[in-house]
Design a protein around this ligand. Structure first.
Ligand code: KIV
Length: 266
């Protein structure tokens, strides 16, 4: 329990069918609470643009801001594996991506970087992973593409789009990605992808068939402005304290009690 979580730990958890609990955090204080609650992975998500900075989308977040928040998270915890998001326009070319990822790892202390996108990112993922940058891919709903998508909608409901997401997952794994986040895709598709690739698949709005789950901290605490997304849960309502809510989420993921069909899409 106290050993540092590494990518090898996460791979073993997938092999052994142990669910991986991932939570976002953006500063040292919350990173400490997430570690104390037993989170395996902390994601310094560019969701901070919305839940911390108050923007309408994640698009305005800069590499410098991601470095700033990642470094705070790094100082607040020692056991969890830390993934930092590559923000919008930080990975337009493989060379730019390497530069951004280098900053997130060297200055921000991240153990891995996460990149949104499928086939167009394959070359970039290969470029990074061949240069010792561990990469988590991100498929399904891509918040950085919100203006192309026209809204935060479930992806992969049509047979051709489901097939494309599965194909992208395989290509990204082949290019060296060592983890995959699947956001807002039908439960059956997520289950199929998790069974097909050998890397850990972490779902959000992707049902209980993934190898693990990630939620945005502010959703868990019920403090996201507006409505809590249907695939999320306000754990504060029952827990009554911040520590209790984070622990209730982590325990529910580890014990396979979250997510359920209620938080899934068909
Ligand atoms: O930015 C973020 O927090 C994310 C998760 C929603 C997966 O990418």
């Amino acid at each position: 329990m106290n050993e540092k979580v590494t990518i090898a730990t996460l791979g073993r958890m997938k092999e052994q069918g142990e669910k991986i609990a991932v939570i976002t955090a953006y500063d040292a204080g919350f990173a400490r609470l997430c570690e104390a609650a037993g989170a395996d992975v902390i994601l310094v998500g560019d969701s901070l643009g919305m839940v911390v900075q108050g923007h309408e989308s994640t698009l305005p977040v800069s590499v410098a801001e991601m470095v700033y928040h990642s470094a705070m998270v790094k100082r607040g915890c020692s056991r969890p594996f830390i993934i930092a998001d590559m923000p919008f326009m930080s990975h337009g070319t493989p060379a730019q991506a390497l530069d951004s990822a280098g900053r997130l790892m060297k200055e921000g202390g991240a153990h891995m970087v996460k990149i949104e996108g499928g086939e167009p990112q394959v070359e970039t993922v290969r470029h990074l992973t061949r240069r010792a940058v561990p990469v988590c891919a991100h498929l399904g709903l891509l918040p950085q593409s919100i203006h192309q998508l026209g809204g935060y909608k479930v992806q992969g409901r049509e047979p051709h789009s489901a097939e494309a997401i599965l194909k992208d997952a395989c290509q990204l794994e082949e290019a060296g990605a060592q983890m995959l986040v699947l956001e807002c895709v039908p439960e059956l598709l997520a289950r199929e992808i998790s069974a097909t690739v050998s890397i850990p698949v972490i779902g959000i709005g992707a049902g209980p068939g993934c190898d693990g789950q990630v939620l945005v901290l502010h959703d868990i605490l019920g403090i996201t402005p507006g409505r809590t997304p249907s695939f999320s849960q306000d754990f504060m309502q029952e827990a009554g304290s911040i520590e209790g809510a984070i622990r209730a989420y982590v325990d529910a993921v580890h014990q396979g009690r979250f997510p359920t069909a209620e938080q899934s899409f068909q």
